[in-house]
Design a protein around this ligand. Structure first.
Ligand code: H79
Length: 460
């Protein structure tokens, strides 16, 4: 082989390996059992708190005296605020009412098992002390303390998993620029600055791992076209190398199918779970990990004029609906600039906590319903010792004839009201199990009947 040919050959091999297999090889390998072990706490948890907090809580949906439509944390985009006009907000950010112990207590009392907070949203402002930029709460704000370290410590103390949100799109970083003023415009990347920005992200993500040790990295803002699936794989591999047990959502790459959030089916995509946003999938999904993130009113970041709150009943029923389809519920709060979770959110979370205290067994560690549809409500299930099954029947519509019909061929062995333990009568006829109910629903939000059956459910 001539020198020239050898060179061409080497170049060819390098090009090939860098464009295809080498990238795949970068992802950590993992058996199905190892993956199950890594995902176990998250699958069992079912219910977490999302926190959108940042400078946008100061204008709180108003700019120069005018109400700005859309979600509050997008005000920089919605009101077309240039970076140098947005920056002074940092000098006003002084959340003296912030109390990490209280936030974690509110989440814990609601029955939530984890917390996901914005470390950096699209406006680029960081709630942690980063050496990669001065655009953070420690360097640019009078408050001057790392907020995430406080919350991560408190989560550990009170037994919640601490997790962080991170936006890839960054309206503040000079490597990116806003392409147009159309709604939800994606940023563009200065051609020669992408390497620099990738290094910036990695530096910040490493800082987060080192200082707060989050259990989930929840990416967002992955849609600008300069960011690719390969970039996602690089970030994913980087993070799992530094923390092998870390869980990372599918927005680290380009797999998500719009707001529906589950992966497009055309190829393999990086990421551990799907992310439906402001919606709940119509049916259960088997073999897919997913989490619906939703707001209580119409915004993620605090807006002073959004008072249109979902009822506690709706929120509890959303949690049940999601659990019955095998997913997690990541329910958002948007604290004020002073550092308080809004009263209406606190009240609803307390109400959810009351329901969860009596009925949490029907949510945590359960799997999806065996039924496609049940006219009276929703169902979750758990395997009992000996291969038997406990079904949790969440009754939304109380049957007028006081009979709950469950289309199962199995032999029933016990039935009770979960919250109070009252035993209920049951019968098996024509491939159906019928449970006798009291005349009135004991819980208007959702009464849970625990029904034990022999074996695995055999649906009629
Ligand atoms: O952080 C909260 C919001 O600020 C952020 N995600 C939640 C968790 C967000 N919500 N809505 N949007 C961002 C708007 C983005 C919408 C779109 Fe798209 C981006 C439409 C087109 C590009 C998502 C990605 C839907 C299709 C692709």
């Amino acid at each position: 082989m001539t020198r020239h040919k050898l060179y061409a050959c080497l170049v060819g091999a390098l090009l090939l390996s860098s464009s295809l297999p080498a990238i795949a090889a970068d992802l950590p390998s993992e058996t199905a059992a190892e993956r199950d072990a890594r995902m176990e706490w998250w699958r069992d948890a079912r219910f977490g708190m999302f926190i959108h907090w940042g400078l946008y809580a100061i204008p709180a949906g108003e700019w120069q005296g005018k109400p700005i439509g859309g979600i509050g944390e997008w005000i920089m985009d919605r009101a077309n605020i240039p970076v140098d006009e947005y920056e002074p907000l940092a000098g006003q950010f002084n959340p003296t009412e912030f109390d990490a112990a209280q936030w974690v207590r509110i989440a814990k009392d609601a029955g939530m098992k984890y917390m996901v907070i914005t470390s950096k949203h699209h406006d680029g402002f960081c709630l942690f002390d980063t050496a990669a930029t001065e655009w953070d709460v420690v360097d640019a704000s009078p408050y001057g303390k790392d907020l995430l370290i406080q919350l991560s410590r408190e989560c550990r103390k009170q037994g919640l998993k601490f997790c962080t949100y991170y936006s890839i799109m960054d309206w503040h970083h000079p490597a990116q620029y806003r392409g147009s003023d159309q709604r939800y415009n994606p940023t563009k990347m200065h051609a020669d600055r992408k390497t620099e920005y990738m290094a910036f992200m990695k530096q910040q993500l490493k800082e987060l791992l080192d200082t707060c040790d989050p259990e989930v990295l929840w990416f967002d803002g992955e849609w600008p076209s300069w960011y690719t699936e390969e970039d996602g794989r690089e970030i994913y591999a980087f993070l799992r190398k530094h923390k092998p047990e870390l869980i990372i959502n599918n927005r680290v790459g380009k797999g998500r199918r719009g707001m529906e959030g589950l992966n497009k089916g055309d190829q393999e995509y990086v990421g551990d779970f799907g992310t439906p946003e402001q919606q709940i999938p119509a049916t259960g999904l088997s073999g897919v990990d997913w989490e619906s993130c939703m707001t209580m009113n119409h915004t993620w970041g605090f807006k002073k004029n959004d008072h249109d709150w979902k009822s506690t009943e709706t929120l509890v029923r959303n949690l049940i609906d999601i659990a019955s389809k095998g997913g997690n519920y990541l329910l958002n709060v948007g604290p004020t600039a002073e550092g308080l979770i809004p009263g209406p959110s606190v009240e609803r979370l307390a109400g959810m906590g009351e329901w969860m205290k009596a009925n949490g067994e029907s949510i945590y560690g359960t799997t999806a319903s065996p039924f496609a549809k049940t006219p009276w409500g929703r169902c979750t299930q758990k395997t009992l010792p000996g291969g038997n099954t406990r079904l949790y029947l969440h009754v939304f519509q109380w049957p007028a004839d006081e009979k709950l019909t469950v289309p199962l061929k199995n032999k029933p062995t016990a039935a009770k009201l979960l919250a109070c333990g009252t035993e209920l009568g049951f019968a098996a006829t024509d491939g159906n199990i019928t449970v006798s109910l009291p005349a009135e629903a004991p819980c208007k939000i959702a009464t849970v009947v625990a029904l034990d059956i022999q074996g695995e459910p055999e649906v009629n």
